[in-house]
Write a protein that binds this ligand. Structure first.
Ligand SMILES: Cc1ncc(COP(=O)(O)O)c(C=O)c1O
Length: 365
């Protein structure tokens, strides 16, 4: 059993993926070829965003959004400590200071009740993370941002396709930034990402930053990066989009089945006004090391997202005190992600559930 089953997905889409890749090999426009524009139109339509700017990775999407917003030395960006490092990493790389806010114990998403106390005269933006595939309380986050004149960048690396109060993740705030890392809900065959915005000026800035700040050939209006998505990845993603709605429905079914079969196990909660695309299906357990070892012995791969909050990572410890995110610390010790992908079979899912229930029972006896 694989943690993320990408082989079955390729088998299902082989004809289309191969044909689209072949088309790129035939026309030879490997940089910003026609597939890139086609994908941007398709993704903008899908999310309901006015603009989609594809980029080299989810990490690059965050950096370009911060640069487009002109976040610079001394600026503060409020975010969560319970996330992948790229979130805070890009704030620091842009010259800003990450200000960590703790998360909710049940959803593991940013606790909005703690945000406003962290706003200062230097705050420029809020960067919430849609962890595990579920958007946080975006209405409240946008309201706080509006009160203080801040931008909101949704780190939607894990939530492409998720729905929040009728809108799509990525199209809910100033910028949405997603990742097409292969194991993500919409994944390519390599690195990739995209930015979404309704703001024409920010979209123009992001497009320029993506190509070394050029507003025309060799006319560098601003400092940028080499941040384009490869045409070949755009071709793969266009093929993957063909069954993406089916995959989202499958993820919802598999997630609901896990929820039902693991009713006695503590799980990440999903709020009623939104869904999760289950980039991860995550439970909370005690004695995680032992549980993980028992699952491994039963042939069930698992992962931990994430074993240490960023405020306790050497690279980011200076931005926050060790005990400033206590809920994140507890979650980091207890979360365990189970195999999840649209192609996870019922039999394999049953094996996961059986192994987990047995491991938890053994731990109690
Ligand atoms: C929350 C979060 N932010 C950012 C990223 C970075 O995305 P990428 O790997 O495409 O650079 C990831 C990827 O794992 C992520 O999970």
């Amino acid at each position: 059993m694989q943690f993320t089953d990408l082989k079955s997905q390729y088998a299902a889409l082989k004809t289309s993926v191969d044909a689209r890749i072949q088309r790129v090999l035939d026309h030879g426009q490997y940089i910003l070829g026609p597939e890139v524009a086609e994908l941007e139109t398709a993704l903008a339509d899908f999310t309901g965003s006015t603009h989609c700017i594809t980029v080299a990775s989810g990490t690059e999407a965050l950096l370009i959004a911060l640069m487009a917003l002109d976040v610079k030395a001394g600026d503060e960006v409020i975010t969560t400590a319970f996330t992948f490092a790229a979130t805070a990493e890009m704030i620091v790389l842009a010259g800003g200071k990450p200000v960590f806010v703790d998360v909710e114990a049940d959803t593991a998403n940013i606790d909005v009740s703690l945000i406003e106390a962290k706003v200062t005269s230097r705050t420029r933006a809020i960067m919430p993370v849609s962890l595990y595939g579920q958007v946080p309380d975006m209405v409240q986050i946008n309201a706080i941002a509006a009160r203080h004149g801040l931008a909101v960048i949704e780190d939607a690396a894990q939530s492409f396709g998720a729905i929040y109060q009728g809108g799509r993740s990525c199209a809910l705030s100033t910028f949405g930034a997603t990742s097409f890392f292969p194991s993500k809900p919409l994944g390519g065959y390599g690195d990739g990402g995209a930015l979404f915005t309704d703001d024409d000026a920010l979209a123009k800035a992001a497009r320029e930053i993506r190509v070394h700040g050029q507003s025309g050939r060799y006319h560098h209006t601003r400092v940028g990066v080499g941040g384009r998505l490869d045409t070949l990845q755009a071709a793969v993603l266009l093929a993957k989009l063909e069954r993406f709605h089916w995959e989202l429905a499958q993820r919802a079914n598999i997630g609901a089945r896990y929820e039902r079969l693991l009713a006695g196990v503590e799980q990440v909660a999903v709020r009623p006004d939104r869904n999760s695309v289950y980039a991860q299906f995550t439970v909370m357990v005690d004695a995680r090391t032992e549980v993980q070892a028992a699952l491994k012995a039963a042939g069930v791969p698992t992962a931990v997202h994430y074993p240490r909050p960023l405020n306790l990572q050497p690279a980011y410890a200076a931005y926050c005190c060790p005990d400033c995110c206590p809920v994140s610390s507890v979650l980091a010790a207890r979360v365990l992600s189970l195999p999840m992908s649209a192609d996870l079979s019922v039999d394999d899912q049953d094996r996961v559930v059986e192994a987990l229930v047995a491991a938890l029972r053994a731990g109690r006896s």
